[in-house]
Design a protein around this ligand. Structure first.
Ligand code: PXP
Length: 239
């Protein structure tokens, strides 16, 4: 059975909306683990819009499953990763203006630079994954630069509104899973996966872990709202 890595970035997004201390992603990670998550994923962005350096450091101490750090392949981030030592680093492209990670890494365009980053991280004992589109050439390039894992960007599948397009995207994912396995890469997948579309991708064998964030945090807000309102009503009523 494939594993679930829970991305808790959006818990930090809510905290940053007020610049305060709650909700704390460290507490969210503990709850996710108690509920059965196999790993915790966070993205420390250059602009620190959600996850902060403090979160990464505390999560390194508290996460008991596996800590996966998504980050850009920059000197600053490599330095942070080598000092904090998450279990896994997933290298992602990063643009300042984007709302979320928009596409996969173009591994082919910067093979030497990426190979160096992969090696530095691996020398520090960190497993390295590359977030790529479901493109066979990117899979081959990921293998060539020495990555341990690829994470297949499932955004194009998740955004497909027509049945035919969705089937095509699923086939592309299936093909790169086969190719990646043949090349000895571990395979994860994520982005845009939700309670409706997960079944189709999970039915493809060979994917080790799904990284899911937005859908889980969105559901948590709605499922938890009833209880949160009742608790406040009681406090007012019995004051
Ligand atoms: N995997 C990667 C590499 C990501 O950048 C993200 C978004 O931060 C996710 C998975 C999770 O995507 P979503 O929040 O859409 O579930």
């Amino acid at each position: 059975m494939a594993k679930l890595g829970v991305n808790i970035d959006h818990v930090a997004t809510i905290r940053q909306a007020r610049g305060g201390i709650e909700p704390d992603p460290v507490a969210a990670a503990a709850i996710a683990e108690l509920a059965g998550a196999d790993g915790i994923t966070i993205h420390l962005r250059e602009d620190r819009r959600h996850i902060q350096d403090r979160d990464l450091k505390l999560l390194r101490q508290t996460v008991k499953t596996k800590l996966n750090l998504e980050m850009a392949a920059t000197d600053e981030m490599v330095g942070i990763a080598l000092s904090v030592k998450p279990d896994m680093v997933t290298l992602v492209p990063e643009k300042r203006q984007e709302l979320t990670t928009e596409g996969g890494l173009d591994v082919r365009i910067n093979m030497q630079g990426l190979a160096e980053v992969v090696e530095r991280l691996q020398d520090g004992g960190i497993i390295v994954s590359l977030f790529i589109d479901s493109d066979p050439d990117q899979v081959k390039a990921s293998s060539k630069v020495g990555a341990d894992y690829i994470e297949i960007h499932t955004g194009s599948f998740a955004e497909a509104t027509e049945w035919k397009r969705m089937v095509t995207e699923l086939e592309r994912i299936e093909n790169v899973v086969k190719l990646g396995s043949k090349l000895g890469l571990g395979i994860n997948a994520g982005h845009g996966l939700n309670y409706t579309n997960i079944k189709k991708v999970a039915a493809i064998g060979g994917i080790e872990e799904f990284n899911i964030g937005h859908a889980i945090v969105s559901r948590a807000v709605l499922m938890g709202l009833d209880r949160a309102v009742r608790d406040m009503v009681d406090l007012i009523k019995y004051a």
